[in-house]
Ligand binder design. Structure first.
Ligand SMILES: NC(=O)c1ccc[n+]([C@@H]2O[C@H](COP(=O)([O-])OP(=O)(O)OC[C@H]3O[C@@H](n4cnc5c(N)ncnc54)[C@H](O)[C@@H]3O)[C@@H](O)[C@H]2O)c1
Length: 249
């Protein structure tokens, strides 16, 4: 069902140059979607787009700062200009900065909130008028939203908790025209957690029944499922992709 279900569908994906974002991009491209790849890292996202689609007909890179509402305007405008409408919005851009709470500054708190939570609002809000009925929003929160984050990431945990509440509330408001759901990854082996895994990788593995860290592709498969009609009766929910490290609801 998923194999054909995303053919020609139009996707805005943020954080597209990241470990998980680029895997989502590859999955959706393989499934025949047309995609706007938005990321702060313009060079990487441009390289990714041309590697997926040298003709630039189905994949369009956009330089984008999630914390800047004007960049959300521009990304949406670019998508509509290129493809005419939007079917799926996948805001995956986020930062994960280490800072003990006792010395966390207001600016550090605000920067994480601005990218991880405000950014989700900006891109979703601006996409809504262009999403066709039957479309979806799939956010990428984190296990941190459900069980709290590792020490020295309180701002990250709070921002992801906000994303989760955003999804549940928005799902009620937009259903049945637009389905809103979330994927919460556990530890996925990407640049975001390289340093953390050096310090605490063994500790995380010891509480992960799967016995390994996840891949971006495994997150991408869950996102593709939620965007497809195979998930037509799934609204306001979270799929956990975490190897069993967290088994809550
Ligand atoms: N890797 C994990 O273990 C893990 C776990 C739980 C949740 N997540 C979530 O998955 C998503 C993707 O994470 P990842 O592991 O691929 O991280 P990553 O660091 O590999 O990628 C993040 C991407 O976001 C981009 N980005 C950063 N700031 C930005 C900004 N201001 N505007 C636009 N783009 C910006 C970066 O350039 C990068 O391409 C994030 O929302 C993250 O919070 C990741």
């Amino acid at each position: 069902m998923i194999e054909n279900g995303l053919l020609d569908q139009v996707v805005i994906l943020t954080g597209a140059a990241g470990g998980i974002g680029s895997a989502i991009a590859r999955t959706f491209h393989r499934l025949g979607a047309r995609i706007v790849l938005a990321d702060y890292d313009e060079q990487s996202v441009t390289k990714l787009a041309s590697s997926l689609d040298p003709t630039a007909e189905r994949v369009v890179p956009v330089a984008y700062d999630a914390s800047n509402p004007s960049d959300a305007d521009a990304a949406v405008a670019r998508c509509v200009a290129s493809f005419g409408h939007i079917d799926h919005v996948i805001p995956a851009a986020a930062i994960f900065e280490e800072q003990p709470f006792a010395t966390m500054t207001d600016a550090q708190w605000r920067r994480t909130m601005a990218i991880n939570l405000d950014g989700v609002f900006y891109i979703c809000r601006r996409s809504i008028p262009h999403i066709r009925p039957g479309g979806t929003i799939v956010t990428i929160a984190s296990s941190a939203a459900h069980e709290g984050c590792s020490p020295e990431h309180v701002h990250y945990g709070a921002s992801k908790g906000g994303v989760l509440a955003f999804v549940k509330s928005l799902a009620r408001e937009l259903s049945p025209n637009i389905r809103v759901n979330n994927v919460s990854p556990g530890t996925i082996d990407t640049p975001m957690v390289t340093e953390l895994l050096k310090q605490r990788g063994d500790q995380f593995l010891s509480v992960t029944p799967a016995g390994r860290f996840g891949t971006g592709e495994e997150v991408g498969d869950a996102v593709a499922f939620l965007c497809s009609d195979a998930a037509s009766y799934i609204v306001g929910q979270t799929i956990h992709v975490n190897g069993g490290s967290y088994m809550g609801g």
